[in-house]
Design a protein around this ligand. Structure first.
Ligand SMILES: Cc1cc2nc3c(=O)[nH]c(=O)nc-3n(C[C@H](O)[C@H](O)[C@H](O)COP(=O)(O)OP(=O)(O)OC[C@H]3O[C@@H](n4cnc5c(N)ncnc54)[C@H](O)[C@@H]3O)c2cc1C
Length: 339
């Protein structure tokens, strides 16, 4: 009689990114995507991978966003982030538990780590994906990302190596609804590393200028080349401030040095999903709209009635932004003052 060998459930892993004990919301967005992939892969499980020091308290949040188990490596060597101990710990988990799919946020940390893991475990990595699905015939990950300057979308399959790895930028995927009562299992693993094995030390942290983070803003007032120069952006700042929002921009604005790159929305900038996105003097090139079309409500202001931005807008104003924006500011401030 032949003996039945039990094969483990295919594991879909998400790296739960944290810095100074604060989980990055992209981790929850990825857990939502992992759940959708799992629905296409019968018998698969969604699990999280968490590294850091004194970070076990993050695991219950991962359960609420869909992880049934969290693999935790908790060690003082993992605070602050350094590539070598994280690379060592995560690749050790991959070798031991053999996940099928492994997703990372395309953040500075996630990009650094995902590339290291793919190299260490000899697999491929599809970076900056915009869509993740399961190929219906092959039952493997189909990772889609822009190519040829954003003019084409390529779907990449990793047929022979495991895990199938992908990174996704914050806000590209929607945030799943958390399940408050969800519970999961915490599985601790040791790091097995000494400080003397790590050639890099952080001697001190020199705080930089506080970085503007437009990805999670509720209101964005964005300007394009149609602003005509840096001065016009004081108007946009005034409107953004009166709406409790931040200023975004199209790429030519950054290339011209009118604003810093942290304001750029689009394919080579940030992906945003605010409740309100105001696009002023922006034509609506696909490389821009790919970064903002997930906004709840888009108001476009452009003097050209044929501007493509109007095709993605919920409300359109055809006119000179230098007449429209001051009027908007007046009305918003008037509403605030109860007029
Ligand atoms: C590989 C690659 C990556 C790219 N990545 C990005 C990216 O991340 N983000 C991005 O934005 N772009 C990106 N681009 C550039 C993109 O293709 C467009 O060139 C860019 O988005 C155009 O910016 P814009 O709409 O501000 O300028 P324009 O296309 O020049 O549009 C200006 C608009 O302002 C309007 N206008 C002018 N004056 C007024 C006025 N007084 N009142 C009202 N409207 C006015 C005009 O009618 C026009 O529609 C990328 C391109 C490539 C090739």
């Amino acid at each position: 009689m032949s003996e039945q060998i039990e094969t483990p459930a295919p594991r879909i892993w998400v790296f739960i990114e944290q810095e100074e004990g604060q989980p990055h919301p992209v981790s929850w967005e990825l857990l939502g995507a992992a759940a959708r992939l799992s629905a296409e892969l019968p018998g698969s499980v969604v699990e999280g991978v968490l590294l850091g020091h004194n970070v076990a308290g993050i695991a219950p949040q991962a359960y609420r966003y869909g992880a049934t188990r969290v693999y935790l490596i908790d060690d003082p060597l993992l605070e602050p982030y350094r590539n070598l101990p994280y690379g060592h710990g995560v690749s050790m988990l991959v070798t031991k538990y053999k996940p099928e799919i492994f997703l990372f946020g395309a953040t500075t940390l996630g990009r650094d780590l995902a590339g290291t893991i793919a190299t260490r475990v000899h697999t491929g990595l599809t970076a900056d994906c915009t869509e993740l699905t399961i190929d219906p015939k092959l039952k493997i990950l189909a990772a889609t990302r822009p190519t040829f300057g954003g003019n084409l979308m390529a779907t990449i399959l990793c047929r022979k190596h495991r895990p199938q790895m992908a990174t996704v930028r914050p806000r590209v995927l929607s945030m799943p609804e958390p399940l408050p009562a969800a519970e999961g299992e915490l599985l601790r693993e040791p790091l097995d590393l000494n400080e003397r094995d790590i050639p890099v030390r952080r001697l001190r942290l020199i705080p930089g200028k506080e970085q503007l983070n437009i990805e999670y803003a509720d209101v964005i007032v964005a300007g394009g080349r149609g602003m005509g120069g840096p001065k016009g952006f004081t108007l946009l700042e005034e409107l953004a401030e009166s709406l409790g929002g931040v200023v975004g921009a199209s790429r030519p604005v950054i290339d011209a040095g009118w604003l810093g790159h942290e304001h750029q929305v689009g394919q080579t900038g940030k992906t945003v999903r605010p409740k309100l996105y105001i696009a002023a003097g922006i034509s609506g090139a696909v490389q821009h709209t790919v970064g903002m079309s997930g906004s709840n409500f888009i108001l476009a202001i452009n003097s050209d009635p044929k501007a493509p931005i109007f095709q993605v807008a919920n409300a359109s104003i055809v006119g000179d932004l230098y007449k429209v924006i001051p009027e908007l500011i007046r009305q918003v401030k008037g509403t605030r003052n109860g007029q």
